[in-house]
Design a protein around this ligand. Structure first.
Ligand SMILES: Nc1nc2c(c(=O)[nH]1)N[C@H]1C(S)=C(S)[C@@H](COP(=O)(O)O)O[C@H]1N2
Ligand SMILES: [Mo]
Length: 347
């Protein structure tokens, strides 16, 4: 475990990436955030024993060995992965859950096979409407509930990757070795690690991790009536300067990253006066589908004082970030401009 990670819990392992590691386009595997509901196995599964089963609403149940998957056409994509609860601790009204600041997100280059190719080998029945994923991790806690969730068939057939490499290395154990799902542009909860079984279903999978959590609901509402968290919102994080940093008067390079899930970030603006005036930031670095865009804004901080820096983005569909996020009981999807503001002291 990298000493720089901000560990929120050891069992299960939940740890966020420190700000300085969010400044590069690629987030290195060693510092990529960790989010687990269950226990990570001590030993990686042996590849000769590992198998992936596809069953349910298919013409024929099929099993794939790791070697068979490696022989299928390979795809390489970038994808920014974010935990639904990222930014939760920045909410004005606190909620339960891991107290993520901004580091429950990372960008990696993943390689693997399209889920579509495997589903086509099994053959979809007309009743095939949802796809549930099961991993090899053991549940923690007395309830003994496994992390099983489903996504709609359209997502599974268009832009869901089964990844076996992360940033040019075999998928690290804690990120799902040997194979994980990646519903591109969707929150981490839709990206099951340590895949062992994929079940095609007529209706969404029912269970704790589908019905009680990863839904947006208000106090007094039944969790199950809430919308399921799927595609990521348009959002901006500021990675430099740090909160409460003291800086000498003069040019200050403000850095950050913006991401919008399935859509493209097209405009980033920065304010150094608590949201009164906004100026465009400049994009720096690679520009790929499903991946965040890095940006900078050089601010000439001439006068001493306390300043609140804010950043906001607009995506290709015209979606804009809210000044303040829509609160919900489990604190998901915080993309509020204000909540992500950073106050610095110029001396
Ligand atoms: N099998 C399994 N897959 C899982 C989880 C889990 O607990 N078990 N957690 C999910 C959640 S909530 C997130 S945010 C991502 C985190 O992936 P990472 O640890 O590789 O960053 O994995 C998802 N896939
Ligand atoms: Mo998550």
């Amino acid at each position: 475990m990298d000493q720089n990670m901000r560990i929120m819990s050891e069992k299960p392992l939940n740890a966020e990436t420190p700000n300085q590691h969010l400044r590069s386009w690629i987030t290195a595997n060693a510092v990529f955030y960790d989010r687990n509901q269950g226990a990570i196995m001590d030993q990686p599964v042996s590849l000769s024993e590992w198998e992936l089963t596809i069953d349910g609403e298919v013409e024929k149940e099929v099993r794939f060995t790791f070697d068979q998957i490696l022989r299928m056409p390979k795809t390489i994509v970038s994808n920014t992965l974010e935990c639904s609860g990222n930014g939760r601790s920045l909410l004005k009204e606190k909620t339960t859950g891991n107290p993520w600041t901004i580091g429950g997100v990372g960008n990696a280059v993943w390689s693997g096979v399209w889920l579509k190719n495997l589903l086509e080998k099994a053959g979809l029945k007309k009743s095939a409407k949802h796809v549930a994923f099961e991993g090899l991790d053991k549940p923690l806690g007395s309830a003994g509930i496994k992390f099983i969730r489903s996504i709609p068939i359209e997502k599974a057939m268009t832009s869901t990757l089964l990844a076996y490499e992360m940033n040019g290395e075999p998928l690290p154990l804690k990120h799902g070795y040997p194979l994980r799902a990646l519903a591109l542009g969707w929150t981490g909860a839709n990206c099951t690690k340590w895949l062992s079984r994929i079940t095609v279903m007529e209706r969404p999978y029912e269970g704790f991790f589908m019905d009680n959590v990863y839904r947006l609901f208000q106090k007094g509402e039944e969790p199950k009536t809430g919308t399921v968290v799927t595609a990521m919102n348009v959002k901006t994080i500021i990675t430099q300067p740090l909160k409460d940093e003291t800086l000498p008067a003069g040019p200050v390079t403000i850095l950050g990253a913006s991401y919008a899930g399935e859509t493209d970030v097209v405009i980033v603006e920065v304010s150094v006066d608590n949201g009164k005036n906004w100026d465009p930031a400049e994009f720096i670095g690679p520009h790929e589908p499903f991946a965040w865009r890095q940006w900078q804004f050089v601010w000439n901080a001439k006068e001493k004082g306390d300043y609140t820096i804010m950043a906001r983005s607009t995506d290709s569909e015209g979606r804009k970030q809210p000044m303040e996020t829509v609160w919900n009981v489990l604190g998901y999807g915080n993309n509020g401009i204000q909540e992500h503001g950073v106050t610095v002291h110029i001396t």
